[in-house]
Design a protein around this ligand. Structure first.
Ligand SMILES: *Cc1c(COP(=O)(O)O)cnc(C)c1O
Length: 365
């Protein structure tokens, strides 16, 4: 008997490959029977949670039996204040992935085109295929977005253009003038998503804060997350900033209680904890230098990154190197699924974790 229901699945699913997350340490240690392994595979904040966040979470336990505030009044207010915008521009998500998914459900469907760059974040094709949209992939230039190529690929059928700035897994970024000229050139019916998951880490003069462009471009939506520099990956909370009419459309498909009370309380606390953020950024800067120095010493090249990860060219297939590193208890991310089979992406960890990765890599090579 065949599973006839498979033919009943939505058309985009036949060729959709699920997102591949970084291997959890518990899984690796179970498989290899080892302990003390380290994970530098998911661009998480190695500092651990801040005290203020821990206190906010403890206080929340008393309300565990109640549904969360579905409207996210306090959190949306805190985000709005942080950005100096009205709360009706804020859409909260179960991670920013959730917001990306809402965008796809609102603006894409069979026959509509979803445009993004080669090597861009894997969620764009996944969310687009789930709703049956046609994928249009612009070839990358120097591992980053080629905005001219992307502009040329916009058609009447284009629903959404996705820009990761900086991009994961390459760490490349777009400067203010180029990105602004691109957004200006996009027809008003096309939604432009600027995914700024690593915004807080970037320290370049010409790196734009596109959340300040919202008044100029009603078709722009900027996404941010608490998963990276704010150190709350486990709680799943992120947001979109857009024109209120776009936020209204997203809100129609948003699950009513998509961000739980713990995540909301923690995110409010995290936004008010700039000291933690500064500590995270300083740790990242030092760790990036440590990795770059170590990689240079090994004679390997890498893609210069403005994020909290470094993508290293192994000069040969990276999958066996990844396997060997796993056996030494070091989890990194091979990115053949991003059409980069010779590269490994390594997240910046604590100084001792970075050192352990470098010595394991030296051993493996
Ligand atoms: C990590 C990441 C996200 C954020 O994911 P969350 O769902 O907020 O945890 C979004 N975009 C990119 C490019 C990322 O790397």
């Amino acid at each position: 008997m065949t599973n006839r229901f498979i033919e009943s699945a939505a058309p985009g699913l036949a060729s959709l490959k699920p997102y591949v997350p970084g291997k959890p340490l518990s899984e690796l240690e179970r498989e290899l029977g080892i302990t003390g392994s380290i994970k530098l595979a998911s661009n998480e904040n190695p500092l651990g949670p801040s005290e203020r966040v821990k206190q906010a979470l403890s206080a929340q336990i008393a309300d565990l039996t109640r549904y969360p505030d579905g409207g996210g009044f306090e959190l949306r207010g805190a985000i709005a204040k942080h950005h100096g915008v009205e709360p009706n521009r804020v859409t909260i998500g179960n991670g920013s992935n959730d917001v990306l998914d809402m965008i796809a459900r609102v603006f894409l469907w069979p026959g509509r085109e979803s445009l993004f760059s080669q090597h861009a974040f894997a969620v764009y094709p996944i969310s687009s295929m789930a709703v049956g949209a046609t994928l249009r992939v612009a070839p990358a230039v120097d591992y980053g977005h080629d905005l001219d190529a992307m502009r040329e690929m916009i058609t009447d059928a284009t629903g959404v253009v996705w820009i990761a700035n900086p991009n994961n897994p390459t760490g490349t970024y777009l400067g203010e003038s180029a990105l602004r000229a691109f957004v200006e050139s996009v027809p008003a019916h096309v939604v432009v998503v600027v995914d700024e998951a690593y915004f807080e880490y970037v320290q370049r003069q010409d790196y734009p804060d596109t959340s300040t462009w919202l008044n100029d471009f009603p078709n722009l939506i900027v996404t941010r997350t608490f998963s990276k520099a704010y150190g709350l990956a486990s709680l799943r909370v992120g947001y979109g900033l857009s024109h209120p009419d776009m936020a209204d459309l997203l809100n129609r498909v948003r699950q009513p209680f998509n961000v739980d009370s713990f995540a909301q309380a923690a995110a409010v606390a995290a936004l008010g904890d700039q000291a933690y953020l500064e500590q995270s950024i300083a740790l990242n800067d030092a760790g990036m230098q440590q990795l770059v120095d170590g990689v240079n010493k090994l004679g390997l090249s890498y893609i210069p990154s403005v994020g909290n990860f470094l993508t290293i060219d192994m000069g040969r297939e990276a999958a066996p190197i990844d396997q060997a590193l796993l056996r030494l208890g070091v989890v990194t991310r091979p990115i053949a699924n991003y059409e980069l089979p010779n590269h490994l992406r390594v997240s910046i960890g604590l100084p001792e974790e970075n050192a352990r990765f470098l010595s394991a890599l030296e051993q493996v090579l």
